[in-house]
Every structure is written in C-alpha cells, then in structure tokens.
Design a protein around this ligand. Structure first.
Ligand SMILES: [Cu+2]
Length: 652
C-alpha cells in the first residue's frame, strides 16, 4: 500500500520519538553502564593492580557488624574491633557494649561483649601481648536544649588526714540558699595530706571532683555563684571536714564524661580483665607505649566533661596499676599524637589531635622532655591551625626518625582543611618541618598505615567536618619517603568512604584493613542524620600483584635485642631487606604505636641472618611482624614474633 503524506509524517514522528527516547532516557544509563564496566575492567587488570593495588569490601555477617571505633592487631593474628556503645546512646543505656574479633585469614568473626563502655577510650598493645584499653564513656553529651536539670562540677574536699570518705552516687550537696544537687556516680575522697613542719603539722585537704545535677528540674535551680556546699545528712563534726566547692550550676550543654576504668584483653583466652583504675577519668586519651614497656596516658575529657589540665599518668604492666607523674603537666587537647622517640626521655608531640580543646592551648608540635617537663617547639609546620583530625606517623624505618604530619582541619566544626604533608627529621639537632607533597585534596581523618616496603598508605578521610556536604574522599595515595619530603603515587580508590571514627591497620599478610566512619549526615544537604559505616574494606598494595612473594619457612618465635636470628627462606639471594613492623592499634586516625624497624641482614645458604637492633629506643619490647622484602619491594607474609631483652619490658 502506497504511503500517504500523512502516514509518512506519522512514521517520521515515531522515528524521532524512538531516537529521542533512546537519547533522553536510555542512552545515559547505557553509557554509564559501559563506563562502569570499563572502569571495573581497568581496576581489575593485572597492570593496574601492579601499579595501584586494589580494594575489597569485606562481608561481615549482619549479627556481627559493629561500629568500629578502635582497632588493634593481636599476636594471634586476629583483629579486635571495639565499639563499646559505638556512639549510640541507646546501646549505652542498655549496656549493649560490643567488640568484634575478626580473623583476616579466613574472614571469621566472633562478637565479644565488653565489660564497660570503652567507646572513645585509649588503647595500645602491652609488651606481653595483652591489649590495654583505658578510659571511655561514663556519660553521653547533652546538647543545648536537652539539659533539663541544672548541673556542674563539685569539688569534694576532705580535710581529715585520717580517713578516706566515700561519696556514693546520689549524695546530696546543699547550697547556702538551700538548693540541692545530687552526685551522679560513686567517688572516694582520699585522706587529707599531713605534712610535719618545725611549727607542727600542716594539713592539706584532698579533693575529688564529681558531677552533680539539681534535684528539681528547670531554671529555678541555676546557681551562677561558686560557693561552698554542705553534704546532706552528715553529722556536724564530719561536715566541718567534708564539703563541696561548687562551680556554677547551669543548663548549658554538657560534654561527654570519661571513665577511669581500664581493662586488658588476653589474646589467647580472648577475655577481658579489669586492671587498676586510672588516677583520672579520661575520654579521648592517648596511650603511648614507653621504651621500658610502661604506657603513658595523656589528655582526655575528665569525669565532668572538661579537658584534663595536663595530668599525666603511667601504667605499669607488671603491677597492672597507674601512677600519676605529678611532674609532667603539659597540656594537650584530646587524642594528642604523642610518640616515643629515639631521643632519651623525650616524646614527640606531633600537634595532631582529635576532638576537644581550645585553639590557643597545646596546639604547637614539639619535643617533650620527660625530665624537666619542657616542650621545645618544632617549627616549620605549614597550616599550624589545621591540625585537628590530622594524622601523624613515622615514615620509613624508625631508625630514620622521620615523621609525617598529614592533613587535618580547623578546630570544632570548622569547614577548613588542608592537603599538607610535612615531614620532620628528629635526628637533626634542631628539628624542623619541611614541606612534602600535597594530597590531591584537603583532607581530615586520613588513615595512615606503614607498609613493609617502607611506603605508607594514606587513605580515605573527608574534606569537611565528619563528611559534611557529602565530602568523603574515595581516594588513596602511597607515600614514598625520600629527600625533599618524599613523593606520592596514586593508589586504587576505596569503595567505602570514611571520616570521623575510622581506623586502619597493617595485617600480617601485608594487606591493610580499614574500618569505621561516623558521618554527621548521610546526604549532601546535611539534613538526613548520618549512618555509622559498618563495612570493612581491605587494601591489597601493589606488591601483592608482582609475582611470587619471598617465603619465610622458619623463624624464631622470640628474639632478644642485639641478637642475630636465622630466618629460613628458599631463595636467600632474593632478599634485599628485613623489617619488623610493630603490631599496632588505631582510633580516631591516631596510631602512636605503629613503627617499622630495619634489620641488617646477611645471606646464608639456608636463609638470612637478621640483626635485631640493640637499642630499646629503636625496638621496644613487644610483638612485631617480621617481613623479608625482595628486590622488587615484594614482602613475605609477616611472621609474628616477640622482641624482648635487657632494659626493656619490666616483665622480663
Ligand atoms: Cu570518638
């Protein structure tokens, strides 16, 4: 049938419609599909992985997913991920406090309840392989408007030198005007100090600070005056010696409050044990391993939610108790990056912090002399006002004493952040920072993980505070130490975004585990409350795609500093380097216990002889992974061993 003009017009219209539909609706998705397919093919190609590595998301069974706040590699080769209440107040209220044991060898998982809320405490591995966790959450914050009862800090004074005074939770403090406030948790006020002098004894009152809340709600119980409070129900002779000195009682925002409790996790029995309480409650403390095997606790919010004013204390793993170092009073904001250095009795404060503290105190990096408590500033760091939520780590073998400070942002919810990487050589007589390469974008919360080939993975983070404005970076870089501040090469991009409450760890098989992320919002416009990221993701560095790895067929379980140890390997000629990487822990992108130690080696017919450095400052006692690295930078699987020796752990 011949086509009429009208039919031809209709047919043409259909054709146009079909093309329009294809172009307008189907074509972009089709092109998107093709682009994704091409991208997948690229990132899974051997050539790409040899250059950039690859990421794999780990599937954890739904019942074993946790809000990973803290991560630690244990001598058993398993990873402990600690959530506590995991920044969920309902889990805090119901005491559903969690930790998850994850075995990277087979992906198996096991949930282990934790005995107290370790959420936002500090952690580090002890020389004997136990994980020490100290501090955590005694109480969640109450934001402006959520405070119903006036509250504040009450210093409870005891002037009696003969007896300690328990102050149980619920003790009532009465103001001169008759307003009543109740303490929220138990406290014990030690006896007053009595000092003999030539004219007789002088008694100095002891004191403990407790948090108190008004018995009656509302503004009527606000008391702006600092004054002395009586303790209700005490006989008169006792109330002369035991009383409160109250700070202003207000309806202001109340910060998180820390606990003084501490626990160890036994990596063999896989159980938690309570150890001695700290002298101070701490939320957001840093636990720094010292060269003699003890652990130093610094900073944190105390039991009333105030930043500790420089109080420093030491954990002794032999007695499992804490002792305040009253001579060490440097003030640090929370989660300070404080590292043990090769300099005798000097710690390095990298200036990195996370959480709380004013802009004008404790923000300058420097060397902290533990003999005289002085902090000598280390100059030259760029963007010195952008150190909140930054990262710091030794780069290359710790013998080089070179540390990088990476990224960071302004304090509080500042939208400012920096791409800066600066490096300091602490071996120099007057150390100073020099510029390194810039990250591809300004970055808060970068995860820094030292690798056995002397490079460092820098991954994830976000541009804005807690990923606001959908600002997570799906980016990673490999940092290569070297002259002029080192260089960066591109690493494969992670699939999962990570900002606040994230951590990364090197695994014995040479891969890197990343966990956690706690965005404030889930959407670009900051309207939908954020969801905690419970997926794990593992990075396989380029060296895992460059052919067969050197093999360790036999190596000792324990070595001593200064020892020479035989490590059997089928191809000794291949081995170029040997490294010890300390089993590390991480929280809030703060990891002060990771370090790589270079070992001198000699090849033999059966393997290599490695020399364990003699200095405890280079290789403090504890558990390490031994890696043999070949001429192409390919490491063996890490062999976990214990390093001990004279002058080290007080346990030995
Ligand atoms: Cu936190």
């Amino acid at each position: 049938m011949p086509r009429t003009p009208r039919r031809r017009a209709l047919s043409a219209l259909w054709g146009v419609l079909v093309v329009a539909v294809l172009l307008g609706v189907n074509l972009p998705p089709a092109l998107g599909y093709v682009a994704r397919w091409r991208h997948e093919r690229l990132i899974n190609s051997p050539a790409y992985m040899q250059e950039h590595g690859r990421w794999d998301v780990v599937q954890v069974p739904p019942q074993d997913r946790v809000n990973a706040i803290h991560a630690a590699l244990l001598p058993s080769g398993k990873v402990l991920l600690i959530a506590g209440s995991g920044n969920k107040e309902d889990l805090f209220a119901t005491k559903a406090l969690k930790s998850l044991l994850y075995d990277p060898r087979d992906g198996s998982t096991r949930m282990i309840p934790v005995p107290d809320d370790m959420f936002c405490g500090g952690q580090t591995l002890l020389p004997d392989g136990r994980l020490l966790v100290a501090g955590g959450t005694a109480r969640y914050e109450k934001l402006d408007g959520a405070v119903t009862h006036a509250a504040g800090a009450m210093r409870v004074k005891n002037e009696n030198p003969d007896v300690a005074r328990p102050v149980p939770a619920g003790t009532e403090f009465v103001s001169p005007a008759g307003q009543r406030y109740r303490s929220v948790r138990d406290a014990l006020v030690p006896p007053a100090a009595k000092t003999a002098t030539s004219t007789g004894a002088v008694v100095t009152a002891s004191e403990v600070t407790v948090f108190v809340e008004a018995v009656t709600p509302g503004p009527g119980a606000v008391n702006p005056v600092r004054e002395q409070y009586a303790i209700a129900g005490l006989p008169p002779e006792q109330s002369r010696n035991l009383y409160g000195l109250g700070a202003p009682m207000t309806l202001d925002k109340q910060d998180y409050q820390g606990t003084d409790k501490a626990f160890t996790f036994d990596p063999v029995a896989e159980t938690w044990t309570r150890v001695g309480d700290m002298e101070f409650a701490r939320w957001y403390p840093t636990l720094t391993p010292m060269v003699d095997g003890r652990v130093m606790a610094t900073a944190g919010l105390d039991g009333v939610g105030e930043v500790l004013n420089g109080q420093t204390e030491i954990f002794d793993p032999v007695t499992n108790t804490w002792t305040e170092r009253k001579d060490l009073t440097q003030y640090f904001p929370t989660y300070p990056g404080i590292f043990t250095t090769a300099r005798p009795d000097e710690m390095f404060y990298a200036g990195t912090t996370a959480g709380y503290g004013p802009a004008d105190r404790g923000r300058v990096p420097g060397l902290w002399d533990l003999n005289d408590n002085t902090l000598t500033p280390v100059p030259g760091l760029r963007d010195p006002d952008l150190l909140e939520t930054s990262g710091a780590a030794w780069v290359g073998p710790v013998q080089d004493q070179r540390m990088a400070v990476v990224g960071g942002g302004g304090i509080g919810e500042s939208p400012r952040s920096t791409a800066r990487i600066d490096v300091v050589d602490l071996d120099e007589p007057a150390p100073h920072f020099v510029p390194g390469p810039d990250l591809p974008a300004p970055t808060r919360y970068p995860n820094l993980v030292t690798l056995p080939d002397d490079t460092m993975l820098i991954s994830n983070g976000s541009r804005d505070y807690r990923g606001k404005g959908a600002s997570d970076h799906l980016l990673a870089r490999l940092y290569h130490p070297g002259p002029d501040g080192g260089t960066l090469t591109e690493a494969a991009a992670p699939e999962v975004g990570r900002n606040y409450h994230t951590e990364g760890l090197l695994l014995p098989d040479g891969r890197v585990l990343t966990a956690g992320s706690d965005p404030l919002f889930d959407d670009e416009h900051n309207t939908v409350p954020g969801t905690f990221e419970q997926r794990l993701e593992i990075y396989s560095p380029p060296y895992l795609f460059r052919g067969p790895r050197p093999e360790i067929t036999e190596a000792p379980e324990t070595v001593e500093r200064g020892d020479t140890a035989l490590v059997a390997t089928p191809e000794p000629a291949r081995v170029q380097r040997a490294r010890l990487l300390r089993l590390a822990s991480s929280t809030h992108v703060t990891s002060v216990d990771q370090r790589a130690v270079a070992l001198d080696l000699q090849r033999t017919a059966r393997g290599v002889q490695v020399d364990v450095p003699a200095s405890v400052r280079t290789v403090p006692s504890g558990f390490y992974m031994l890696f043999l690295v070949d001429d192409r930078g390919v490491p063996s699987t890490g062999h976990v061993l214990h390093v001990g020796g004279d002058g080290g752990s007080r346990r030995e």
